[in-house]
Design a protein around this ligand. Structure first.
Ligand code: BGC
Length: 778
C-alpha cells in the first residue's frame, strides 16, 4: 500500500505546482493581472455594474446583492483574479446611502454636514479638513471606498441649482477648500472624486450643453481650482462633467483629461464619468476617461467591438484598466478592512454643529441686535422655514440623516421661549401648504427634486401687534432650496411678495414697540437683499447648515460663538447685474435626463450652448473692475467683535513673497478674522486684467479681546501670472504689484508694493474655442 501511495502523491503534487497559477491582484504584478484578463473582463471593468444602486433600491447587481445599498455605483468584480467590487458613493455634504435595508432592523443614517458653500465660507482649511476627516470616517465605517466629492465648480451665476454643493466664485478659495476636504477624507484611507471636471456651471440641459469658454478664462477661472486641488491633495479620482466644452464632451476630451490633467498638472489617479455622461465609449477610453459610470450594456458592446475592429487600441484599454486596478489596490475593501457600520454619529454631530457656526455670515448688525442680551427670553418666531429648517440641497448632494434640528428646536433647547400661538399657526399652515404642494404624480425623479416651499403666511396686524408687545425680539427665517437637474429662477432669487410683506409688516410693528428684528437666511445660494436689507436690525446668512442647523444658528444668535464666516461670492444688487446673467438660462428647464422618466420628452432641442462672454470677469473680478455697486461684496462678513490690522510687512524669499500682518481683537467678544490678500497687476488696465485678484487667505485662531495674532500669507511669484493665449503661456509682466491686505474685496486695510521681475512658463495650446465669441474686456 505504502509503496504505491508515494508515487501517486508525488505526481499529484507535481501537477498542482506545474498548473498555470491565476495571477492575483496585490500578489502578482499589475502587468500579469492585466495579461490574464480577457477582453470581455477588461470591458466590464472599465464600466460600472449598472443602475441599481443609483436608484436607491436595496440593490441587486446581477446575482450579487449590493454591497452598500443606496451607494451610487460599484466597480466590476473579477473573483478569479482577486479583484473585488469597490463602492463609490456620494457626496459633498456627507455619505449618501440608504438609511434602511430590507429585513434589517438596524439603521444606516449618515451625518448631514453643512453644504459646500458654508464650508467654504469658513475660509478655514483646518476646519474643512477636520470635517473631511469625519465624513471619510463614515465612508470607511459604512463600507464604501470612494466618496464622490468634493464638488468645486465655479459659482458663475447665482442661479446654478447646484451652487450649494460648490464653493465660490473664486478659484483660489475653491481649490484650497477642496484640497483641505480631500486631505481630510483621504486620511482615512478612502478615496475622493473631485467633480465635475469641468465647467459644469448650469443644470439646464446639462448633458447636452456646450460651454464655450476662452482658454484664458478656462485657465484662470474654471480650471484653476481643480489645478490647485490636484496639486495640493492628489485626489484618488476625478469625475468628468456632463457638458461639452468648446465642442467636445469633457469625458471625451483627451486635451482635458490627459494633456492638461495628467501631463501638465501631474494627476496620478483615475478618471470616471459622471453618471451616464458622454456618448462615445471608445472616445472616452481614448481620452483617458478610465471608467464609465454607472455602466451600460451599449458601452460594454462598443468597447469590445472597438478593440475587435481596431478603433480602440487594446493598449489604451490596458492603460485604463491599470489605473482602475491601482485605485482598487488602495481601497479598504481590497485590504479587507472590517467596517463596523457604526461610525460615531454623536461625535460627528458635534463636529457638524461647530463647523456650521463658523461658516455663517453676519451681513448686518445694527443697534447691537446680536448677540441676544440676557434680556431676550421670549421670541416671536416667523417664517415657515424656522419650523421646517433646510439642512441641505436635493439630489446627489443630499444626505439621508436621522434628524434635522430646526430653528424652533435650537431655540427651545437653548432655553428660549417661543410664542406658542404663533408656533401652532405656523405648524397648521405648513401642513396645509405641503398638502397643496403634493406632486400630482410621483416618479423616481420626485425624490431627487426640490419640493416646493410653502407660501409664506403673513400674520394679521392684530397678531403682529400682540407679538410685538409680548415678545422680546422677532426672528424671521427666509428659506430656499435647490438641487441637481434644475437651475433656480429669477423669481427664486428675488423675495416673493409674501416674504417681502412679512419682513416689512413685522419690522413696522416691532420697531414701533421698540423691539428688534433679526432675519436668518436658510439658503443654498445667493438671493436678492438690496430692496429689504434696510428693514431688519440684523441679518444672518446661515446657509444650509446640515442636520444640526438650528443648534448652530442659536450658538451664533446667543453669542456662544462669534460669527466669523465671510462670503465666497458677491451678492449683487439685482440678478441682471452679474455679467454672466446675459448668458445664463433663466427658465429653470429640466436637463436631458430622459432615462429617468422615459415617457417625458422635452420639447427643446437637446443640443444647446452657452457663450461665456463675460470671460475672466466672474464675480468680484467683474464688479470691482467695472465699478459696479453690489449689495454685499465678496469676502464680506461681520463679527461681534472688531479687529485692527497693524505692522504689515513684505519679504521676498526666492520665488515667493511672504506678507505678514498683525491682527488684534479690539472689541469685547472673542472672535476669528479672515484676512485676505489681493494682488493688482501693474499693467491691469491696458492688458485687460481684473482690478484685483485673491491670491491667499488665512483665518486667525479664536482671539480673545485684546489678543493679537500674526498672520502669514505666501504668494508664489508664478501665481501672479496671467494666461496669454497668443503664446499659450503663463506670463508675469514685470513692474510694481500692489499687495492688498483686506477684510473683504471692498475693505482694503493696507497696501504693500513689490517690484516683480518678469517670468514666463509655457503651457500646451489646447481647449480652444471653435469659433470666436464676443468677450468682455475692460
Ligand atoms: C451627479 C454626480 C453624482 C452622481 C452619482 C450625478 O447625477 O451629477 O454629482 O456623483 O450622479 O450619484
Amino acid at each position: 500500500m505504502k509503496k504505491q501511495y508515494l508515487p501517486v502523491c508525488l505526481l499529484s503534487l507535481m501537477i498542482v505546482s506545474c498548473a498555470p497559477r491565476e495571477p492575483k491582484l496585490g500578489k502578482s504584478s499589475l502587468k500579469d493581472v492585466i495579461a490574464a484578463m480577457t477582453l470581455e473582463e477588461k470591458a466590464h471593468l472599465v464600466i460600472g455594474t449598472g443602475m441599481a444602486g443609483f436608484t436607491g433600491d436595496s440593490a441587486v447587481i446581477g446575482e450579487t446583492k449590493a454591497l452598500v445599498p443606496g451607494a451610487a455605483g460599484t466597480t466590476y468584480p473579477i473573483e478569479r483574479l482577486g479583484i473585488p467590487a469597490v463602492v463609490l458613493a456620494d457626496g459633498p455634504a456627507g455619505l449618501r446611502i440608504n438609511p434602511k435595508r430590507e429585513g434589517d432592523s438596524a439603521t444606516y443614517y449618515c451625518t448631514h454636514f453643512p453644504i459646500g458653500t458654508l464650508l467654504a465660507s469658513t475660509w478655514n482649511q483646518e476646519l474643512v479638513e477636520s470635517v473631511g476627516k469625519a465624513i471619510g470616517n463614515e465612508v470607511l465605517e459604512y463600507g464604501a471606498d470612494v466618496l464622490l466629492a468634493p464638488a468645486l465648480n465655479t459659482h458663475r451665476n447665482p442661479l446654478c441649482g447646484r451652487n450649494f454643493e460648490y464653493y465660490s466664485e473664486d478659484p483660489v478659495v475653491s481649490g484650497k477648500i477642496a484640497a483641505a476636504y480631500v486631505n481630510g477624507v483621504q486620511s482615512n484611507g478612502v478615496g475622493t472624486s473631485i467633480k465635475h471636471f469641468a465647467v459644469n456651471n448650469q443644470e439646464t440641459n446639462r448633458m447636452a450643453n456646450d460651454a464655450r469658454v476662452s482658454p484664458r478664462a478656462l485657465r484662470e477661472i474654471y480650471l484653476k481650482g481643480f489645478e490647485i486641488a490636484v496639486k495640493e491633495s492628489q485626489p484618488w479620482t476625478v469625475m468628468s462633467s456632463y457638458n461639452y466644452l468648446n465642442g467636445t464632451y469633457t469625458s471625451e476630451s483627451k486635451e482635458l483629461l490627459s494633456t492638461l490633467l495628467r501631463d501638465e498638472w501631474g494627476f496620478k489617479g483615475m478618471v470616471m464619468t459622471d453618471w451616464f455622461g458622454g456618448k462615445d465609449a471608445v472616445a472616452q477610453m481614448i481620452a483617458g476617461n478610465d471608467m464609465l459610470q454607472p455602466g451600460q450594456d451599449k458601452q460594454y458592446e462598443a468597447i469590445v467591438k472597438g478593440v475587435k475592429e481596431g478603433k480602440l487600441d487594446e493598449a489604451v484599454l490596458n492603460r485604463n484598466v491599470k489605473r482602475i486596478l491601482e485605485m482598487i489596490l488602495r481601497t479598504p475593501r481590497f485590504k479587507g478592512y472590517e467596517f463596523s457600520n457604526k461610525p460615531d454619529l454623536k461625535a460627528h454631530a458635534a463636529i457638524t454643529r461647530q463647523s456650521a457656526t463658523e461658516g455663517m455670515v453676519l451681513l448686518k448688525n445694527e443697534k447691537e441686535a446680536l448677540p441676544f442680551t440676557s434680556q431676550v427670553k421670549n421670541i416671536a418666531l416667523f417664517g415657515c422655514t424656522s419650523y421646517d429648517f433646510i439642512a441641505g440641497g436635493t439630489g446627489s448632494g443630499n444626505v439621508n440623516r436621522a434628524y434635522t434640528v430646526s430653528l424652533l428646536d435650537g431655540l427651545t433647547r437653548a432655553g428660549y421661549q417661543v410664542n406658542e400661538n404663533l408656533k401652532s399657526q405656523y405648524e397648521q399652515h405648513i401642513i396645509s401648504e405641503n398638502k397643496r404642494n403634493e406632486p400630482k404624480e410621483k416618479n423616481q425623479m420626485s425624490a431627487f427634486l426640490p419640493k416646493p416651499r410653502p407660501t409664506e403666511m403673513v400674520p394679521s396686524k392684530a397678531l403682529l401687534k400682540e407679538m410685538a408687545v409680548g415678545s422680546d425680539v422677532a426672528l424671521i427665517t427666509i428659506g430656499r432650496t435647490s438641487g441637481e437637474f434644475l437651475d433656480r429662477t429669477v423669481a427664486d432669487f428675488n423675495l416673493t411678495k409674501e416674504e417681502f410683506s412679512l419682513i416689512q409688516s413685522i419690522t413696522n410693528e416691532f420697531h414701533s414697540a421698540g423691539k428688534k428684528v433679526v432675519v436668518v437666511l436658510n439658503i443654498g445660494g445667493v438671493i436678492e437683499t438690496s430692496t429689504w436689507k434696510n428693514l431688519p436690525d440684523a441679518i444672518l446668512c446661515a446657509w444650509q447648515a446640515g442636520q444640526e442647523g438650528g443648534n448652530s444658528v442659536v450658538d451664533v444668535l446667543s453669542g456662544k460663538v462669534s460669527p466669523s464666516g465671510k462670503l465666497t461670492m458677491t451678492f449683487p444688487v439685482k440678478f441682471e447685474d452679474a455679467a454672466s446673467s446675459k448668458n445664463f438660462p433663466t427658465e429653470g428647464a429640466m436637463g436631458d435626463m430622459d432615462f429617468m422618466s422615459p415617457k417625458k420628452k422635452t420639447n427643446k432641442p437637446l443640443w444647446d450652448y452657452t457663450n461665456y462672454e463675460e470671460d475672466i470677469y466672474v464675480g468680484y473680478r467683474y464688479f470691482d473692475t467695472f465699478g459696479k455697486q453690489v449689495s454685499y461684496p465678496f469676502g464680506y462678513g461681520l463679527s461681534y467683535t472688531s479687529f485692527s490690522y497693524e505692522n504689515p510687512r513684505i519679504k521676498e524669499d526666492k520665488d515667493k513673497y511672504v506678507i505678514t500682518v498683525t491682527v488684534k481683537n479690539t472689541g469685547k467678544y472673542s472672535g476669528k478674522e479672515v484676512v485676505q490678500l489681493y494682488a493688482s497687476a501693474p499693467d491691469r488696465v491696458h492688458a485687460n486684467k481684473p482690478e484685483k485678484e485673491l491670491k491667499a487667505f488665512m483665518k486667525t485662531k479664536n482671539l480673545k479681546p485684546g489678543e493679537s495674532a500674526t498672520v502669514v500669507l505666501t504668494v508664489g511669484t508664478s501665481e501672479l501670472a496671467s494666461f496669454d493665449e497668443q503664446s499659450s503661456s503663463w506670463i508675469v509682466t514685470p513692474g510694481v504689484y500692489q499687495f492688498q491686505i483686506a477684510s473683504s474685496s471692498r475693505d482694503i486695510k493696507m497696501v504693500l508694493d513689490a517690484n516683480v521681475a518678469s517670468t514666463s512658463a509655457k503651457a500646451t495650446d489646447i481647449l480652444k474655442l471653435k469659433e470666436p465669441i464676443d468677450l468682455l474686456k475692460r
